[in-house]
Structures are given as structure tokens and as C-alpha cells.
Design a protein around this ligand. Structure first.
Ligand code: IVH
Length: 683
């Protein structure tokens, strides 16, 4: 091949590869097989290997790692991140304990018992700086244990990851000044954050994460640090390497040192000496599991003394001095005795499996949601079928499959989804493109009941004591016809209800009175506007400051609010377009319900500052960086002059960087830019 032909062929291959990568990774719509792709890639690799002078930084062969998270650099771990051997029973634990004692040859053994956090492990490298502070220099995911991905800018957004550790803490933690060290631990997504992320994803039409671990992993690989920041991940530290060595006297001292350094260390830990004590700790962990607020999948036991750990050493992939006791999967098999259909406050019909009670993971499960008609079809579920039920960390039982074998024969009765609302008998409708059937009768009693229950929830208007039994009585007696009627209830009316005395009536009235001060965000949630969950309500409230401003806003204006897309904006407009809803707002206002919020201060501290962007930033796109600077009041221009305040430079920055340096204009990298932007946020 002559030189021009070669150059042409290389360019052709690159274009094709980019095209197919875009189809595959971005659009999720590949047009060629993996094999076809590989053939193109191999040809390009071969040509580049034969003519290395032709390699460019943007060639598809130069994409680091490629597969899972494009955009993150791979990096070698200072020491491999090992995994743990597993134990599934008391016998396994006893066998392990015996082996440890044998190998330790008479040394007294104590174990550090910790929770096995169900997240993903990361390694944080801290480096000493001239000012005596140790700074977070790099954060890697576990990857394959040898190499991980550099997700530093995402880890920086986690509040439990210290960015710098002051000299006095380093001193207190055992003369760590001037040393490089590495902290390892687990990043978890708390239950509450998980629920919220999935709500938001649902609102945005994205598939939900299946569990908090996947959500945490997905989040850490997000290319946009501000999204990571909003997800409220938590880092628990459990491992420390100083200058590449295990330096502490043992695991217990390591955890204490980490706490001294300012890391979050899980408080559920104990020193144990016998298998019996291990089991006590395990039982306690299982009992507390549902109240932790984050998921665990077992308990880790580690030989405490470092000297003994060294003596025991490692097998190929795991230390001999530690073991993970895995909780047994919380699942069970039971029979579907019936399928009922519930009506929600939006009129949505939800089928529910009525189960023969089954004990799973500490509680008795007798009902499980079947989500919608399609879910039932997907399972092929009939009444009388046996099903496997799983309980995740989120406590809500899930139907995972129909079980069929000799002991579990198939059910006989097919389920047909009702064509009428089970509560008011009006016909149900399913809008094009939606999975849910709805009752659209505005006066459906189920909707009112569910709206009242929703309105009084702790996360919404927080009216304690307004549970199902009370709400049902209020409805039966015709005392409330909308949520606004709650504010007109009297002590006489309440004392008339079953199991109500003067005192309980006064308590409920005080709760109702107190809810008037809940503020605009909660009122917005309480109104039950479609897609407006907690976070959206807060953002809207902060932005607009009053219900009147919100009702006057056009869909276009609403969409300018962070995280508000066309679906939410339209739902807001539709809601306030209905006279009945406007009347409800007025009735609430008339009752004295506060419908204002403190408006967020616009950030303007970057006002008057001019930025120039050059080169590729590690995580932010050019547009995103520009948008953020402008949102903080700054200006972004194309060329560097003496008037430029900052040049933000990424990889492959060219002449603009040279110019900045020759003019003495300060140069920021992405991390510094993010820090500057973060510093501008109103507190
Ligand atoms: S110690 C060499 N402690 O479990 C020791 N690991 O199955 C390495 N994990 O990759 C780990 N909680 O991601 C340790 N308290 C804990 C843990 C823990 C969760 C994870 C970790 C590790 C995996 C091994």
C-alpha cells in the first residue's frame, strides 16, 4: 500500500469504528456483530502497529479500557485488592476458626467482626503536600483487583471522603505526616437515596436500578460529577496501607486510626474470640439489618492482630486471615391464593398477590405487588401458582418467578385484569404507550382515601395519627371531601369517631394545625401532581418561592429549573389548568396553609470573571463546563487575553494554554474548576 492509500484506509477504518461505537455505546442500536467490529478494529491495530507514526490520540485503538465506562482511565493498584473466601454456615465458620488456630500455632486469637457492606470497594490514595496536609490524589474502583478505574472526580463528591487531612490529625493517627497512604473501603448507596434515584429515573423514563449496589456502581461511573454529588453516596473505610505496607498493630487499631483521620468507620463492629461469639454478632447483624438504612449481605471476620495476619498470609485470591459469612438469600416459596387490585391516589390500578403467609428474613410476608398487567403476563402467573418471593434490603417483597415441579403444580385459574374500578365500578382506561390502567373517575372514593393518606405521610405534610382507620371513618361520615377539609375538622367531630377521646382528638388537631407550616415543597408533594416527588418539589419551591409564581409559570419556564424536564413541566401545567385543583389550592390557602418557600439565592460570585476553556477535560464536556460557569455568573470566551481571569485546561490543550502561561493568566484543571464552582454555592 502506498502512503496516501494507507492514510486513507486508516481514516476510513477509524470513521467506521467510531460510527459503530456510537451505535453500540450511545444509541444502544448496533448494526454489526461483535465479530464484524473486531475485524475492523484488528485491521486498524495492525496498520497502526506497522506504522506507529500514524497513531493519533483520538484513534479508536487509543480508547482506554473501552468497554464499561468510557472516559475513565485505568490505573494499577499499589497492591492487589483481594476478595474474601465465603462461609455459608456455622460449620464453615468453625472449620475456618480451626484452621486459623492451627496455622497460628498457639498464638492467642481474636477476631474483628464487621458488617459486610453491600457496595463496591474503592481505594483512595493520599499524598503529603508541602503544607503538611495529606491530599486525596487518586481514587480507584476495585476493577479486576489488579487495575481499577480512576474515578477521583466522582469520589471527591462523596462527603464522607476527606479531600485533605490536616497535619494534626495525621500526627494523632500515629505519625502519618509526610507519608503517602491508601485507604480502602466500601462505597454504598443508602436506601433513601436509592429510592429517590429510582423515582427520578422513573420520572425521566429510564429503567430503575435493581438494587443499591448496582445504583452505586452506576453512579460512580457517571461522567458527570454533579450527578454523583446528588446521589449521596457514603464511603465506609476499613483498610489502611501506609507507604504500601500494613502498618497498624491490627484491624481494630486500623479502624480507630481511620476514624481519627476523619473517615467514616462503621460503628457495628466487635472483637470476638470464639465461634459462639461470631454467631452472636451475626445474629445481631441480621436482626438489625433492616434498620441500618443501607444494605449488607453478611459479616466479615478478620484475625485482629497484624502479626498473626502475616503469619497466616494469603492464598491466591484472598487472605487466610479473613472470611465473609454470607447471609442466606432471603427468599421463600409460597402459593398465590388470589390477586386483588388496589386503586392508588392517581387512580392507578395495582395488582397485588395475596400469598399464603411465608416467613422470609425475619418477617411474615403475605402480600406482594405485581406492579401491572404486563408484569403478570411476563411471569405467566395464574392464581394457585407457587412463586418465589425475595426480600431485598428495601424490605418490599418481590415476586421473582413462578416455581413449577412435582411438589409445586401449576395453578389453574388465569387472572383477567378488571375492566372496571374495583372501588367505584367506573370503566378503567389505559393511555397509549402506558403500562398502567387507571380509574379516571374524579370522585372515586379510593382516590380520595389514598390522597388523604399520602397528604398526611411523614415525608409530605407529616400529620401523625391520620392513618387508614381514621381516614376511612372520616370518609364514611362524609366529614372530608378533599384534603383541604382536614383543616375544618373540629374536636367534637373527632371525639365522635371510634377509639377517639378528648385527648387524642386534641393531639390530631394539633398535628393538623402544625402541618400548615410544612412549606411549599411539601404542599406541592401533598397535592399529588404526577411526577412531582420530593426532590422535584424542593427544586421547584426553591426556584419559585410561592405557589402563585408556580401556577403562573409556563411549561417553558418550568423546564429551566434544574432536573425538570418536559414531562414534569407538562404535568404541572395540566394540574394547575384544572379548576378543581386551583380551587383546592385556594381552599388550602384559605385554611392558612403556608404556600411559600425561601427562594434560592442565585449564585453570582463568578460575576465579572472571564474564563477560556481549552483541551478535553476528564469528566465535563465543554458545553457542561460552560453552562456551569455561566450559571455561577461567569463568562466564557474563545480567546485568551490579558483580561482573561482563568484558563481551564484539559488534556491536549494547545496554543491557548501557551498564551495563558506567557500572559501569566492562572490556569485551572477540572478539579480546581469544580472546587471553585463548589465554593460559589450558597451555603
Ligand atoms: S475486607 C483483604 N471488610 O467484600 C480484605 N471487605 O467479598 C479485603 N466488603 O471486595 C476486604 N464489607 O468489597 C472487607 N467490612 C468489610 C467489607 C468488605 C464489604 C467487600 C469488599 C470486598 C468484598 C469481598
Amino acid at each position: 500500500m502506498n502512503a496516501p492509500d494507507l492514510a486513507r484506509r486508516i481514516e476510513e477504518l477509524r470513521q467506521q469504528l467510531r460510527h459503530h461505537e456510537h451505535l453500540y455505546y450511545v444509541l444502544d442500536a448496533p448494526e454489526i456483530s461483535d465479530g464484524g467490529y473486531d475485524a475492523l478494529m484488528n485491521e486498524l491495530k495492525r496498520l497502526e502497529a506497522e506504522h506507529p507514526e500514524q497513531i493519533t490520540a483520538d484513534s479508536p485503538t487509543q480508547r482506554v479500557g473501552g468497554k464499561p465506562a468510557e472516559g475513565f482511565q485505568k490505573a494499577q493498584h499499589s497492591r492487589p485488592m483481594l476478595s474474601l473466601d465465603n462461609a455459608y454456615s456455622v460449620e464453615d465458620l468453625a472449620a475456618w476458626d480451626r484452621r486459623v488456630r492451627e496455622l497460628a500455632a498457639g498464638f492467642p486469637i481474636e477476631y474483628a467482626a464487621e458488617l459486610k457492606l453491600d457496595g463496591l470497594s474503592v481505594a483512595l490514595r493520599y499524598e503529603p503536600a508541602a503544607d503538611g496536609v495529606a491530599r486525596l490524589a487518586k481514587g480507584l474502583t476495585r476493577g479486576d483487583g489488579q487495575t481499577g478505574e480512576d474515578v477521583t472526580s466522582n469520589l471527591r463528591t462523596i462527603h464522607s471522603v476527606p479531600l485533605g487531612i490536616a497535619a494534626n490529625h495525621l500526627q494523632k493517627a500515629g505519625a502519618l505526616q509526610g507519608k503517602a497512604f491508601e485507604v480502602r473501603g466500601e462505597v454504598v448507596m443508602p436506601e433513601a437515596a436509592f429510592q429517590r434515584v429510582n423515582e427520578e429515573r422513573e420520572q425521566a423514563g429510564l429503567p430503575a436500578f435493581v438494587n443499591p449496589r448496582n445504583a452505586a456502581a452506576g453512579t460512580l461511573r457517571t461522567l458527570e460529577p454533579s450527578i454523583v454529588a446528588s446521589r449521596r453516596l457514603v464511603f465506609f473505610a476499613y483498610f489502611l496501607l501506609v507507604d504500601g505496607e500494613y502498618s497498624a498493630a491490627g484491624q481494630t487499631t486500623t479502624l480507630e486510626t481511620l476514624a481519627t483521620l476523619g473517615f467514616r468507620v462503621n460503628p457495628h463492629r466487635r472483637r470476638v474470640a470464639t465461634v459462639e461469639e461470631m454467631i452472636q454478632f451475626i445474629d445481631q447483624a441480621e436482626a438489625e439489618r433492616d434498620q441500618l438504612g443501607y444494605e449488607i449481605d453478611g459479616v466479615v471476620l478478620k484475625v485482629d492482630a497484624q502479626a498473626t495476619q502475616q503469619r497466616l498470609g494469603y492464598t491466591g485470591r484472598a487472605p487466610r486471615w479473613a472470611i465473609a459469612y454470607k447471609f442466606t438469600a432471603r427468599s421463600g416459596v409460597t402459593r398465590v391464593e388470589g390477586i386483588t387490585v388496589q386503586v392508588g391516589r392517581t387512580g392507578k390500578l395495582t395488582p397485588v398477590a395475596e400469598l399464603a403467609p411465608v416467613f422470609i428474613g425475619g418477617t411474615t410476608v403475605s402480600r406482594a405487588t405485581l406492579h401491572n398487567a404486563d408484569f403478570i403476563l411476563g411471569l405467566g402467573l395464574r392464581i394457585g401458582d407457587w412463586v418465589r418471593i425475595e426480600r431485598g434490603g428495601d424490605v418490599i417483597p418481590k415476586v421473582v418467578e413462578v416455581v413449577e415441579d412435582a411438589e409445586h403444580p401449576r395453578g389453574e385459574v388465569a387472572f383477567s385484569f378488571p375492566s372496571e374500578c374495583p372501588e367505584c365500578n367506573s370503566p378503567v382506561v389505559r393511555a397509549a404507550g402506558e403500562v398502567d390502567w387507571r380509574c379516571v373517575n374524579a370522585d372515586c372514593p379510593a382516590k380520595l382515601r389514598e390522597s388523604l393518606l399520602h397528604f398526611s405521610r411523614r415525608e409530605v405534610m407529616n400529620v401523625e395519627g391520620l392513618g387508614e382507620a381514621v381516614v376511612q371513618q372520616l370518609l364514611d361520615r362524609g366529614l372530608v371531601r378533599s384534603v383541604a377539609d382536614l383543616y375544618a375538622l373540629t374536636a367534637e367531630q373527632l371525639t365522635d369517631l371510634d377509639r377517639f377521646a378528648e385527648k387524642s382528638a386534641q393531639a390530631l388537631l394539633a398535628e393538623i394545625e402544625g402541618s400548615k407550616q410544612a412549606g411549599l415543597a411539601r404542599v406541592l408533594m401533598g397535592l399529588g401532581i404526577r411526577f412531582v416527588g420530593e426532590r422535584t418539589a424542593e427544586l421547584l419551591a426553591e426556584e419559585y418561592g410561592s405557589i402563585d409564581a408556580l401556577m403562573a409559570a409556563s411549561a417553558e419556564e418550568l423546564e429551566r429549573v434544574d432536573e425538570v424536564g418536559p414531562r414534569i413541566a407538562q404535568a404541572m401545567r395540566e394540574f394547575f389548568a384544572q379548576p378543581a385543583n386551583r380551587a383546592l389550592v385556594e381552599a388550602l390557602r384559605g385554611s392558612g396553609v403556608d404556600m411559600t418557600a425561601e427562594k434560592r439565592q442565585r449564585t453570582t460570585q463568578l460575576a465579572g470573571l472571564t474564563f477560556v476553556l481549552t483541551g478535553a477535560l476528564p469528566t465535563l464536556t465543554r458545553d457542561e463546563a460552560k453552562r456551569r460557569i455561566e450559571a455561577a455568573g461567569g463568562k466564557v470566551t474563545g480567546s485568551v487575553s490579558k483580561k482573561t481571569n482563568y484558563v481551564v485546561a484539559g488534556e491536549e490543550a494547545g496554543s491557548k494554554l501557551d498564551k495563558a502561561q506567557s500572559l501569566g493568566v492562572p490556569v485551572l484543571d477540572e478539579t480546581a474548576l469544580l472546587a471553585l464552582l463548589a465554593a460559589q454555592l450558597p451555603s
